[in-house]
Design a protein around this ligand. Sequence first.
Ligand SMILES: Cc1cc2nc3c(=O)[nH]c(=O)nc-3n(C[C@H](O)[C@H](O)[C@H](O)COP(=O)(O)OP(=O)(O)OC[C@H]3O[C@@H](n4cnc5c(N)ncnc54)[C@H](O)[C@@H]3O)c2cc1C
Length: 412
Amino acid sequence: MSGAHCIIVGGGHAAAQVVASLCISQWPGRITLVSAESYLPYQRPPLSKSYLSGSSTIEQILIRNPDFYKKPNLDVRLATRVTEITRSDKSVRLDDQSTLRYDKLVLATGAQVRRTTIDGHGLPGVFYLRSAADADGIRQQMPRTNKAVVIGGGYIGLETAAVLCKAGIGVTVLEALPRVLQRVTTEEISAFYKRVHEEEGVRVVTGVVVKSIDGDEYVRSVTLQSGEVIDAQLVIVGIGVVACTDLAAVAGLTVSDGIVVDEYGRTSDPDILAAGDCTNHFNALYGRNIRLESVQNATDQAKVVADTLGGRLSPYRAIPWFWSDQFDMKLQIAGLSQGYDRVVLRGSTTEGRSFAAFYFQGDRLLAIDALNRPKEFVACRKALSEGRRVDPALLADELVPIQDAFAEAPQI
Ligand SMILES: Cc1cc2nc3c(=O)[nH]c(=O)nc-3n(C[C@H](O)[C@H](O)[C@H](O)COP(=O)(O)OP(=O)(O)OC[C@H]3O[C@@H](n4cnc5c(N)ncnc54)[C@H](O)[C@@H]3O)c2cc1C
């Protein structure tokens, strides 16, 4: 392995963690990071939170201090894109037409926004939100904006709406499905978010079809299929992401809603590994393949990949977790709720801003949505990772301290 060259493609959470873990474990050869972004790896979640509101700077959200990357065996190439992988001679081509040879290659290419084809989508003033450059564009437009439309009522759309609303901009959220967050949560929690956004002054319209985005030199309004015209000097489209798999697919790696990797982060080519949003990975805890979009997953999978590169096989078996900040609310999610047949509520979703929803399949606890309930989140995440069975009646009873509810739970 001595002198082996590891190339990491990507500049997000997964790439940064692979580099860090390889440096910490003293990778015995060269490491090259090739990132299409012009900034060093930074945290993406603040882009729809503190960075968008202007309360943090790019320096404050960098994942590692710039000094960390000043290592003799580490070469960081920013604003550079890998355009092709040639597996037969283990090389990658860069967009400056140069070629680099690798011994091991890690794909941490993340995800890209799903784009809309609605009439007028290309008008100036229409934005997506994935990179710091996107957030910079929105921030520049905010002072010139009285009214904004957010297309898409998922987490990023709602977080963005909250930031714009707090900045004094009149915001309308347009969601095509019957409720916001429909793909990821229950009816009660969707109704909760709609209520809170409306309490804060956001207009939330669900079950609508956007007909066109209108304007001449700049966006002026959004027209719905119903004929309603909504004024807007800023439109943000947040309709989900797709995994960046093109490089892998063209190179002949197995791709199926993400680059398919095993529990050690290995693709169908033993010298190419992958981590983060771009993967469809095997999670040994669930015994199946999953594709996730979360910092936790990107970071934990990257550590597994670095271990594999170092010859220490440690299967990926993390409990997924995620968070979302909107107004004065911190939502923390642990586990995967898919397949639930029952939700046990601690607190209320119809009054106030504090509750925990526990998802069960039969008597098996699957997941938690904790809204301003950090204690419940921490206790439940631990119980999930230990595979504990818990009495739903104890969880629902606010008089039973949450630690006690889980303390009674036997491990299975
Ligand atoms: C606005 C926003 C808010 C979010 N909020 C949360 C949150 O609150 N909590 C949470 O857990 N998650 C959140 N997420 C999701 C989280 O940021 C992602 O899951 C995480 O960034 C995934 O990391 P990654 O390294 O896999 O991919 P990414 O962060 O997408 O990084 C991929 C990188 O690869 C680069 N790249 C792609 N192709 C090439 C190529 N061919 N050559 C060179 N470079 C390339 C890209 O430019 C990019 O820098 C949020 C995401 C966004 C956009």
